[in-house]
Design a protein around this ligand. Structure first.
Ligand SMILES: [Mg+2]
Length: 260
């Protein structure tokens, strides 16, 4: 019998690469099912919610309950609606994130002078005027959050700028760091994941391809951790990092070995 009652799975670089299912994902999911492990998907994608991953994984024969998916968008929306209810949020981010925030009851404003909270995230529409307005909003000394720390996002032909790059520009003009980054590996993200699972942290395994988000989240939350070599991390970066996973797996297919 496995000591793990639940597994938190990263998505990009762990289950999928782009739209493609990684080859050992079905074996990994079968091992989880055989071990009777509760499953939570957690992506740092700040523009998607659980419904997207249900639709994305269904053609591959993987059934996902949107309620058992967290993203940095859904975590940010839940956090802002719980802690800043009724306070207008100035968003630098994608329209899809705006829709997720609105669905969670978060008030948004385009007027920097009316902003009581600032949230920064990736947007392909990023511009000089957007940065100028963000500076004005941050001059009000309001709480400043980011969705996720990823400075770049891997794509088929290389990398594109991510939320971390846009947050760095906002930080530079306002001369202040965000009060919190709400996605992995923040304490907000860890607490949200713990709340969502029935299993206690010490019976939960976190599996992901990034040391600074997936593995750091597990270490912070008192969970065991497994890094997979199908995404960002490789053996050299693992050896050089101060963030130590409990297991190094070639792919999700090796979960069977960890769970037995
Ligand atoms: Mg990943």
């Amino acid at each position: 019998m496995t000591e793990y009652e639940a597994v938190i799975l990263d998505v990009d670089g762990t289950i999928l690469r782009g739209d493609e299912l990684l080859p050992d994902t079905p074996a990994g999911f079968r091992a989880l099912e055989a071990a009777g492990c509760e499953r939570l998907l957690f992506s740092n994608n700040p523009t998607r919610d659980g419904t997207h991953y249900r639709e994305k994984l269904a053609p591959h024969g993987i059934d996902v309950d949107p309620e058992s998916v967290l993203t940095s968008a859904s975590v940010s929306a839940a956090y802002l609606s719980a802690t800043h209810s009724g306070e207008p949020v100035f968003l630098v981010g994608e329209d899809r994130l705006e829709a997720i925030l609105e669905a969670a009851g978060v008030d948004l404003t385009d007027d920097p002078a009316a902003a009581e909270v600032v949230l920064g995230s990736v947007t392909t529409e990023f511009s000089y005027s957007m940065l100028r307005d963000a500076l004005r909003a941050l001059e009000g000394d309001v709480p400043f959050y980011g969705t996720d720390p990823d400075t770049t996002i891997p794509v088929d032909d290389g990398r594109i700028p991510g939320s971390g790059a846009i947050l760095a520009a906002m930080e530079a003009v306002a001369d202040r760091e965000p009060d919190a980054i709400l996605g992995k590996p923040s304490s907000v993200a860890a607490e949200t994941a713990i709340d969502r699972l029935e299993a206690p942290p010490d019976r939960t395994l976190v599996v992901g391809d990034r040391l600074n988000t997936d593995i750091a989240l597990g270490n912070r939350a008192g969970m065991d951790t497994a890094v997979v070599l199908t995404g960002i991390a490789d053996r050299d970066s693992i050896a050089a990092s101060s963030v130590d996973p409990d297991y190094v797996l070639d792919s999700l297919g090796d979960l069977e070995r960890v769970l037995e």
